[in-house]
Design a binder for this molecule. Structure first.
Ligand SMILES: [Zn+2]
Length: 356
């Protein structure tokens, strides 16, 4: 199977965002709306001069939890692995690691997580359930006509909520997420996310058991507060769980080669045989979710993530285009669709969706 990809489409001349991406709005010179109004939260990125200053600011959270000070979700990739290394070695926080396996996780990724936690002597929660629920989630998402709501986006939300639920049950006041700067930007677009989520609930409402379980998972959001400024650290722990995106701070770069070298200095980090985008450590379902997103809209959530990495100066435009090439291993998209009971012919194409 070949996916007629975003490579065929027109992209922003600066950041690679495809013209088909909702809100891209390329102008006559070929620049997208995001490049015209640079939307990076610069004040937050520059809040600390150095890693030392950040480590010092986090002091009120040392020994603030019962047994652990911070929950750190790990994918097995270099970004979140590096985050955990710095949190333990530089911040001196007592970390509880968390790895989410919803049934399609690659064993290489899970092995990386185990090796990392063993090398740092960090306790690990391996969350290996929810498989039936997650299959329903991807099936409903990949047949839904809601544009711009990717299976990976909502799955990412579920992992975020699971991390909060673990922090809540262990009495931990802090979650530090090690996703890339591009992912952090997407997660922070709350309003857009809420609107799409409401449309999705309408689409899936015939599956009562699924929608009730989904809404129950969101209950823990009441316990969250987002990091907004250094005062959140200074004020110390509250009854809410503070969530901080690790790569928000300017001195942390998400250069994969550098991070890989840092990881390999401490443990036997291994790359996955195939992954999408290239050089990442994402779960297999990403191939199917991306196939569907490209079919529906001509672009995927990863185009958006990588465009923001290019805008932030974290990656070159050529590297982004090369990493984003979507060539699934033969038969994989079909076998993933079968595993979640999805008939690929029922996935709405771009034309069907836009006609509604
Ligand atoms: Zn752009």
């Amino acid at each position: 199977m070949t996916t007629s990809t975003q490579a065929d489409h027109h992209r922003c001349v600066r950041c690679t965002l495809p013209a088909t991406h909702p809100g891209a709005d390329l102008d006559a010179q070929g620049f997208c709306a995001f490049c015209r109004n640079n939307a990076l939260p610069e004040a937050q990125q520059n809040a600390f001069d150095s890693e030392d200053a950040l480590a010092e600011a986090l002091a009120p959270f040392k020994h603030a939890g019962k047994k652990y000070d911070v929950v750190v979700p790990l994918s097995g990739g270099v970004d979140s692995s590096f985050a955990l290394i710095r949190i333990v070695e530089k911040f001196g926080l007592r970390a509880l690691a968390f790895h989410n396996d919803h049934g399609f996780e690659d064993s290489v990724a899970t092995a990386n997580v185990r090796k990392l936690c063993a090398s740092l002597d960090v306790d690990l929660v391996l969350w290996q359930h929810d498989i039936g629920f997650m299959k329903a989630l991807w099936r409903h998402l990949n047949t839904s006509p809601v544009l711009g709501l990717s299976g990976c986006y909502l799955c990412g939300n579920i992992i975020y909520l699971n991390a909060l639920a673990i922090a809540e049950s262990f009495g931990v006041p802090l979650v530090i997420n090690g996703y890339t700067k591009g992912q952090a930007g997407i997660v922070n677009q709350r309003e857009r996310g809420l609107d799409l989520f409401a449309q999705f609930l309408k689409h899936a409402k015939h599956d009562r058991e699924f929608t009730e379980e989904l809404l129950e998972k969101y209950r823990v959001l009441e316990r969250r507060r987002d990091y907004s400024s250094p005062e959140d650290f200074a004020a110390g722990p509250t009854d809410k769980i503070l969530v901080v995106p690790f790569f928000l701070f300017k001195f942390y770069k998400t250069d994969k080669e550098l991070l890989q070298a840092e990881c390999r200095r401490r443990f036997d980090w291994q790359p996955m045989a195939t992954s999408y985008p290239a050089r990442t450590t994402n779960c297999k379902m990403i191939w199917l979710n991306t196939y569907v997103d490209i079919k529906k809209t001509g672009s995927s959530i990863y185009d958006e993530e990588y465009a923001s990495l290019v805008r932030a100066g974290e990656m070159s435009r050529d590297q982004a285009i090369s990493d984003l090439e979507h060539n699934p291993p033969p038969g994989l998209v079909e076998s993933l669709a079968q595993a979640i009971d999805l008939d690929l012919d029922t996935v709405p194409g771009e034309f069907d969706v836009r006609r509604r």
